[in-house]
Design a protein around this ligand. Structure first.
Ligand code: URP
Ligand code: ZN
Ligand code: ZN
Ligand code: ZN
Length: 488
């Protein structure tokens, strides 16, 4: 269908600059960005005077319709995306889970799940075991299926976890394919010990979840993954950075020039666990995610790291279960399905926490919610920008309005919301996806099947300067032996 749209008089914000301009869209693509565009009367007009016109958010980390911990996340590709659009996110990257160890079967299953999509999406692939066929199928994913990132689990012992030997092979394979390795960084063996200890102490409630996997275990695994990636000489992406411990390892590695990306998630940026575990089981269980929501102080430190560029982009790890599903763990916190919401709330909470508070600029906001994700996963400038030729995934954001989050009015299917009751300044007033207005006047007009699968090519900018021949590289890691007790 022929859709023509003119957004007039707004402040157009990209990661590199902002300017007052009109934006003209035809058939889902941005055709012009410049002052005072004149058009005929067959064009839909949107007045953005006094408002920001920004690239729609891209959420790098979601789990829709995922089978996990004996159940399935309650938001599927339609409900989760509808919620996203109501909150100004216009693309997400979800994690394909292999089926019976097969990546191809997993991919096909997710292709089916995603048929009802109402916005564009891409896929990462989770690697949950390692053998020759997984290694072979990784190549098929990269060369034929448009996947350029693989997530390895250093936690979830007994189900998803893989050991260092296999992680090393995975890192090497990613490097040879030009794909980005991602890690869930927690020491799974130690978490297992911690959980046993809690149960022995009779601590079976949700607080046992947090107590059994302290930040030191996230720091350890983050450091280990970073060093292994350094040994292999390949870029590394740390998902859901939840602690100072992990963040400081990322900071140190980046200072030394290593290509490490750190992704905090909105729950880790705005929540802390003071008083969280005290109320009734269901109220507490809704906050159970891994790595866990930390003590007060980690949240502020992660915000600061985001503002200084130590961390580069914000995800959500949107992975929701309703109260009935959370109740699977009523007698044992180890059985509480892990995950919290965020796909609808991310854009508002990041604005309020980071921009409204004065920690970052509006251009930085666009970078950490959209552009950087597009660059890392090789989608820029088709996504993550308001430029001629970019997809028309656009939001109109009113900095003078306000938002309020509530489980009774959110668009997710789940019956709780970890940000319930939060309010703040700024509001996504209009969401445009593929050139179509889908959110306006607090009303959603979403079309199942209108979203497209976006293929992500290998070798993003992160691979620039990475040499595939290891011999010279390994000798570059040699360093003089340091002597600590010699007299000076
Ligand atoms: O608790 C979480 N994070 N659930 C989703 C799976 C994962 O580890 O990302
Ligand atoms: Zn048309
Ligand atoms: Zn994870
Ligand atoms: Zn996740």
């Amino acid at each position: 269908s022929s859709s023509k749209l003119l957004i007039k008089g707004g402040t157009v914000v990209n990661a590199h600059q902002q300017e007052i301009a009109d934006v003209y869209v035809e058939d889902g693509v941005i055709v012009a960005v410049k002052p005072t565009i004149k058009v005929g009367d067959d064009v839909t007009l949107l007045d953005a005077t006094g408002k920001y016109v920004m690239p729609g958010g891209i959420d790098p980390h979601t789990h829709l319709a995922m089978e996990f911990m004996g159940t399935e996340t309650i938001d599927d590709f339609f409900s989760g995306q509808a919620a996203a659009l109501a909150g100004g996110t216009t693309m997400h990257i979800d994690f394909v889970i292999p089926v019976n160890g097969s990546l191809v079967a997993g991919f096909e299953a997710y292709e089916r799940k995603a048929k009802k999509s109402c916005m564009d999406y891409g896929f990462h692939m989770a690697i949950t075991k390692w053998d020759e066929s997984v290694s072979r199928e990784m190549e098929i994913m990269v060369k034929e299926k448009g996947i350029n990132s693989f997530k390895f689990f250093m936690a979830y012992k007994g189900s998803l976890m893989i050991n260092d030997e296999l992680l090393l092979q995975g890192l090497k394979r990613c490097k040879s394919l030009g794909a980005l390795a991602m890690v869930h960084a927690e020491n799974g063996d130690a978490v297992f010990e911690g959980q046993k200890r809690m149960i022995e102490l009779g601590i079976t409630g949700p607080e046992g979840h947090a107590l059994s996997r302290p930040a030191v275990l996230e720091g350890e695994a983050t450091a280990r993954a970073i060093r292994l990636a350094r040994f292999v000489n390949t870029p590394l992406y740390i998902v859901h950075v939840m602690s100072i411990d992990a963040m400081e390892e990322i900071s140190k590695a980046r200072k030394s020039g290593q290509k490490v990306i750190g992704e905090p998630v909105v729950s880790g940026l705005v929540l802390d666990d003071s008083g969280l575990w005290d109320p009734d089981f269901i109220t507490a269980a809704k906050y159970v995610m891994s790595p866990p929501i930390r003590e007060s102080g980690h949240d502020k430190a992660l915000q600061a790291a985001l503002s200084t560029g130590v961390l580069q982009l914000v995800g959500t790890d949107h992975c929701v279960f309703n109260s009935t599903q959370k109740a699977l763990g009523i007698d044992d916190f180890r059985k509480i399905p892990n995950g919290v919401n965020g796909i609808e709330e991310r854009m508002h909470l990041v604005w309020d926490t980071m921009v409204e508070s004065g920690q970052i600029s509006v251009t930085d906001y666009v970078r950490i919610t959209s552009t950087e994700c597009a660059r890392i996963f090789n989608l820029y400038p088709r996504k993550g920008a308001i430029l001629t030729g970019s997809d028309a995934d656009i939001i109109i954001f009113n900095p003078n309005s306000s938002f309020e989050i509530s489980a009774s009015s959110h668009h997710s299917r789940t019956d709780t919301n970890v940000f319930d009751g939060r309010k703040g300044k700024g509001k996504v007033e209009v969401t445009i996806v593929g050139g179509r207005v889908v959110w306006q006047d607090d009303e959603l007009k979403v079309v199942p099947g209108s979203g497209k699968y976006i293929e992500m090519p290998p070798f993003s900018y992160l691979f620039n300067g990475i040499d595939k021949s290891d011999a010279k590289y390994l000798s570059s890691l040699r360093a003089p032996v340091r002597r600590f007790n010699s007299a000076s």
